[in-house]
Design a binder for this molecule. Structure first.
Ligand SMILES: Cc1cc2nc3c(=O)[nH]c(=O)nc-3n(C[C@H](O)[C@H](O)[C@H](O)COP(=O)(O)OP(=O)(O)OC[C@H]3O[C@@H](n4cnc5c(N)ncnc54)[C@H](O)[C@@H]3O)c2cc1C
Length: 338
């Protein structure tokens, strides 16, 4: 049986120092709603857990001039219900409220949500499918072992950003909304503090699907910031899933628009449930920007978002579903009051 050290950090600096002192197999733990799950499945085997859920001040939700700042250990529920988020950034609030369950959102943090691992059932070795538990090759779990999803059961796999090595979907809803808002991720690591645009935070799978985040070992997510924008109010997070709650997205869209009458002055469109990373679609944004928004144009934008999509045997439906989710989200966002 493997031993496990468990320590608490009271400050971000202390967490980073503990990580440096713990050797290679330490992990930060916040709500534990993903990491414990993966430890039970044998996918993660840390020798040292550093609990960051009590770090002073790292749960703050602040508005600082033109910037919204969410501490890395702020709870999903607290961020979702914060009045400034609920009233002025519906897409951020909805992306959290449409994720997981209330019990989970009361435990899970917005930093942990960014770093949760895929729900691809081959990565999870069949967990989640009673007929499938076994040992499946997975390049994300075991580098260079192969991908069982390619040619296997692929109904929930990605159609955008895939590679010959991996088609696993990025699972989080919140990162999709953050992608539409051009959020910045603030970190503290052994080399000091840095701020990373969310577009640079996630890595495409390519030949190295096991390497998912542009984070250095021991780097702690201390905060997430979003610049205030007039598009915040006219925004939505639209999520389609197999059941109406407590399920991951089959296709989702985070959309924020600035309107002048019926004309779209600016649009921000990001997709979830269909890609290997939270996916910004500049192609869809270009279709609607400067034009009068009609249902037909919204569908055209949705189709543009999926122009480069590649499906397997069972997931082709995501291309049409995803296009319609983008179209619906555009209409919903544009109809909101500025
Ligand atoms: C049944 C179920 C359904 C779910 N449905 C959804 C859903 O529909 N949509 C959705 O988006 N999510 C869903 N989730 C996932 C859930 O939202 C995540 O498990 C949760 O957000 C992770 O946050 P946490 O604080 O518990 O992270 P933890 O489990 O504590 O950590 C997750 C990872 O992040 C790392 N980490 C945590 N905090 C930091 C930090 N500050 N800096 C650096 N690294 C850190 C850990 O080392 C670990 O690798 C679901 C989960 C379950 C169990």
């Amino acid at each position: 049986m493997q031993g496990l050290n468990y320590t608490f950090a009271r400050s971000a600096e202390e967490a980073v120092a503990q990580f440096a002192g713990a050797g290679g197999s330490a992990r930060y733990i916040a709500g534990g709603t993903n990491l414990y799950d993966l430890m039970k499945l044998g996918i993660e085997r840390p020798a040292h857990l550093i609990d960051v859920s009590r770090i002073d001040g790292m749960d703050a939700i602040e508005t600082d001039g033109e910037v919204l700042r969410f501490g890395g250990r702020a709870l999903m529920a607290d961020v979702a219900y914060a009045p400034v988020v609920r009233d002025e950034y519906p897409l951020l609030s909805q992306s959290l409220l449409k994720a997981a369950s209330q019990q989970l959102r009361n435990m899970a943090t917005v930093g942990g949500n960014l770093l949760q691992r895929t729900r691809c059932m081959y990565f999870r070795n069949g967990a989640g499918s009673s007929s499938m538990v076994g040992v499946y090759p997975c390049n994300k779990r075991e580098p260079h072992s192969g991908c069982s999803a390619i040619g296997g059961v692929d109904r929930t796999q990605a159609v955008l950003g895939t590679s010959q090595a991996c088609t696993a979907v990025a699972p989080g809803d919140w990162p999709v909304a953050l992608m539409a808002m051009d959020a910045t991720i603030e970190t503290l690591g052994p080399q000091g503090a840095r701020a990373l645009p969310i577009a640079e935070f996630y890595r495409l799978p390519g030949d190295t699907p096991h390497s998912e985040f542009n984070l250095n070992p021991g780097e702690l997510v201390t905060a997430i910031t979003v610049r205030k924008t007039p598009a915040g109010r006219r925004s939505t997070y639209h999520k389609v899933r197999d059941r109406e709650s407590y399920a991951f997205a089959l296709a989702s869209a985070a959309v924020a628009v600035e309107m002048e009458g019926a004309t779209v002055r600016a649009a921000r469109i990001a997709l979830g449930g269909v890609a290997t990373t939270p996916w910004r679609s500049s192609a869809a944004e270009a279709v609607v920007t400067g034009s009068t928004l009609t249902r037909e144009l919204a569908i055209q934008a949705g189709r543009a978002a999926f122009a480069d999509a590649r499906s397997g045997k069972q997931n082709a439906f995501k291309i049409e579903l995803g296009a319609r989710v983008v179209a619906d989200a555009l209409i919903i966002a544009a109809e909101r009051r500025a």
